[in-house]
Design a protein around this ligand. Structure first.
Ligand SMILES: [Zn+2]
Length: 526
């Protein structure tokens, strides 16, 4: 039971300090919540750059304290969130503020607080609700020896991914204070990890036909290449893209933790299965802002490109995205990360994703379809296609055209090759790449290989080299495009289990270039 405050205790009001933490980027930093309860007109002031939700903590903390059986003496309460020069947001300071107020008003002894780090949102009834960023906070807490991390029960599975830190997850404020009085914090029950394999995941076996597109996606998965599917509505572009994560190799343990940290900061982590070895799949709508796509805000939050880190970013109706939003992808596509600068600090979010785009062949969507008439003028189609800028086109390795699916294919009882069979080929090709790039930092697949790792003379068979030179003369291949063709050919050779890039590998890679007039995927207007 909470101890009733005595008059003497209230008169001996003191300055309280509670250890807590906050998120900057995908890292956590220490925050000390200082609470002073002085005599004077009752007031409640929070300093240390609090954002809206932090300022509102007054209402939640006040109600939670009273409803948990404590008193809120009429005092001039000043709360400082140190360091005071970094903007704080979110609801995680509710719990440390409540603890600080109890110490400052003499309702809780200060010494048990020295060994805890507290984060948590308070409900008006004193219950503890989950907060964002518990995983990075647990990582930070693990660096402070002998400290117990006190956090809401809803965050326990996520925080438990960091095995080095003792956790305590009281159901509510009253239970925590009772445990602190008795100097006995009960270790948290950590639930067993959930099965990472989702039997409901979409499978390539469900997609009838579209063998060229499936082949292109297999190459994309095997080498981490960006791909663009051009085809009429109903050709199955979205259906195909959603099946891509199912043929990607499972995340390794360190990668899964990296992905979990980003999801934790974004508040998107699955509380029951925080470390998921499935690759992320993000499909933002074309009305998204550049801050939503790339990341932004203050404190900065990860955007879709970071939520797709080590997975797939699918942009359906690619040409409907605003031009500057689409162009903002160029920098993360090159660097594999997003750097957001603010006055006080700079934050970097990882963003190594595979971009899959989908678009119609023309404004009406029917160009190239023999069964429906395209109503677009030739000039309209050219203008439409020009919305995809040259630099963006150049960064997409695999351009593939999808025709409409015939009724006979749709009705056929034959099913496509299951994802698990395709994934085994992808995994074998990835294993070859891992061995090849073992010494290269931040390079796990052909798409990430630096130009210095591509040697035209040793990697390409002589006839393939001649073909590449001819192609470079015939079509305008930029330096980047030239390297990208070799990388795609390298992946096709890896899928074949070949060390040398042979003529058929290079020929197939060139077929996926948009600039090859012999294989231009802009169909003539009907
Ligand atoms: Zn049209």
């Amino acid at each position: 039971m909470p101890r009733r405050p005595t008059t003497v205790a209230i008169l001996c009001a003191m300055l309280a300090a509670v250890h807590s933490a906050a998120i900057l980027g995908i890292e956590a930093y220490d925050v000390t919540v200082e609470v002073d309860a002085a005599r004077g007109l009752p007031a409640w002031t929070i300093v240390g750059l609090p954002a809206g939700a932090v300022k509102e903590s007054r209402e939640r903390v006040g109600a939670a304290l009273v409803n948990s059986g404590f008193t809120l003496p009429p005092r001039r309460v000043t709360i400082n969130l140190a360091p005071a020069d970094v903007k704080k947001e979110g609801t995680a300071f509710d719990l440390p503020i409540a603890l600080g107020v109890l110490v400052a008003t003499g309702q809780l002894a200060p010494d048990p607080l020295a060994a805890i780090i507290a984060v948590g949102e308070l409900g008006l009834d004193g219950s503890l609700r989950p907060v964002r960023g518990a995983l990075p906070i647990a990582r930070r807490a693990a660096q402070r020896r002998h400290a117990t991390l006190v956090l809401p029960p809803g965050n326990v599975a996520e925080a438990a991914l960091v095995s080095a830190v003792p956790l305590c997850t009281p159901p509510n404020l009253a239970a925590l204070i009772a445990a602190l009085h008795e100097r006995r914090l009960v270790p948290a029950d950590v639930p067993p990890p959930a099965n990472p394999h989702d039997p409901q995941a979409p499978d390539f076996a469900d997609v009838a036909g579209q063998e060229t597109a499936k082949r292109a996606l297999e190459i994309a998965a095997a080498g981490g290449h960006n791909a663009l599917m051009v085809g009429p509505p109903g050709a199955g572009k979205t259906m195909l893209a959603r099946r891509l994560p199912g043929i990607l190799p499972a995340l390794e343990e360190s990668e899964a933790l990296e992905v979990a940290a980003i999801q934790s900061v974004a508040g998107l982590i699955d509380p029951y299965s925080p470390r998921n070895s499935a690759r992320p799949f993000r499909a933002p709508h074309h009305t998204i802002s550049d801050a939503g796509l790339i990341g932004g805000g203050n404190p900065p939050r990860p955007g879709e490109v970071s939520l797709a880190h080590l997975g797939v970013l699918f942009l359906d109706e690619l040409l409907e995205f605003r031009r500057h939003v689409m162009e903002s992808l160029r920098q993360p596509m090159e660097d594999g990360r997003v750097v957001i600068a603010r006055a006080a600090h700079t934050v970097a979010f990882p963003a190594r994703f595979t971009l899959i785009g989908a678009m119609n062949p023309c404004p009406c969507g029917n160009a190239g379809d023999t069964t429906r008439r395209c109503s677009c003028a030739a000039g309209d189609i050219v203008r439409y296609r020009a919305r995809l800028s040259g630099p963006m086109t150049d960064r997409i390795d695999l351009h593939v055209h999808l025709g409409p699916v015939g009724l006979r294919t749709l009705m056929s009882p034959r099913r496509g090759e299951p994802s698990v069979a395709i994934r085994s080929r992808v995994e074998a090709a990835r294993a070859r790449q891992r061995a090849r790039y073992r010494s290269a930092p931040n390079c796990a697949c052909n798409a990430q290989a630096p130009p210095s790792r591509l040697d035209v003379h040793t990697d390409l068979a002589p006839d393939a080299r001649t073909m590449l030179d001819r192609a470079a003369d015939r079509v305008t291949l930029t330096a980047r495009g030239y390297h990208r063709v070799i990388k795609v050919a390298r992946t096709i050779a890896d899928l074949d289990g070949e060390t040398m890039i042979a003529l058929p590998h290079l020929a197939e890679a060139l077929r996926y270039r948009p600039s090859d007039p012999a294989n231009d995927d802009v169909p003539p207007a009907a």
